[in-house]
Unconditional design. Structure first.
Lengths: 130, 90
């Protein structure tokens, strides 16, 4: 068994695609119309055949209060690996991205948390080699 | 003032204040991360949230809502009152 797709619940697929590609730098992989939404996935340009991120509509009535409660407590449900958290922080901030946690080193792990503009907090992580 | 001493009597709450002294405006998620990663304190998020309520009631932390986010910062004023009470010499 392998993980081939993981999801973020977004309030608007078009806005999400703009943010996840234009701002974060992922590339669109699948955009298949399915009823009123699309099967819309992005991948890392560094790993185009790797795990896809599904930009899934948050239309279910439970989704929005769930997301809001996580955001209020600063909890990112999704994490992306980066080579340099500080460099990504500066790059994304220059693009107007709002961080709820600036780069913070905790042992070998450095993390930062930002708002994806679609109702989620996202963590970026770098773990220094032992 | 009684609430301040009760709030300070708990080691986890003192550690939370130590971490908030490092930087203002931390989310619950960040505080939990710091306790777990830097202090090996495996408190549940709910327990940490309750500690934060006690600290807020004692005036030792300020909770600030900004849009959809909630941030916590150290408020040193109650500690200054302690210093004024016993350490000030005329």
């Amino acid at each position: 068994m392998r993980i081939y797709v993981t999801s973020v619940l977004v309030d608007d697929q078009a806005k999400a695609l703009t943010f996840y590609t234009g701002t974060l730098g992922f590339v669109k992989k699948n955009d298949i119309p399915l009823g009123e939404a699309s099967w819309l996935t992005v991948v890392s340009p560094d790993d185009p055949d790797g795990t896809e991120l599904l930009l899934e509509p948050d239309g279910h009535p439970a989704a929005k209060p769930f997301k809001a409660a996580l955001v209020a407590d600063g909890i990112p449900l999704t994490s992306f690996a980066v080579d340099d958290v500080d460099a990504e922080y500066e790059r994304l901030r220059a693009l107007g991205v709002r961080f709820t946690q600036p780069p913070t080193a905790m042992g070998p792990t450095t993390t930062a948390v930002f708002d994806d503009t679609c109702g989620n907090l996202i963590q970026i992580v770098h773990v220094a080699a032992a | 003032m009684g609430d301040v001493f009760k709030a300070l009597a708990d080691p986890t709450r003192r550690t939370i204040l130590d971490e908030l002294a490092d930087r203002d405006d931390q989310t619950l998620f960040e505080i939990c991360g710091r306790l777990a990663m830097k202090h090996q304190l495996a408190s549940t998020r709910q327990a940490v949230s309750q500690h934060l309520d006690v600290l807020e009631a004692a005036g030792l932390i300020d909770v600030r809502r900004e849009g959809r986010y909630k941030f916590h910062s150290l408020n040193r004023r109650p500690l200054e009152h302690i210093a004024d009470r016993w350490l000030e010499r005329s």
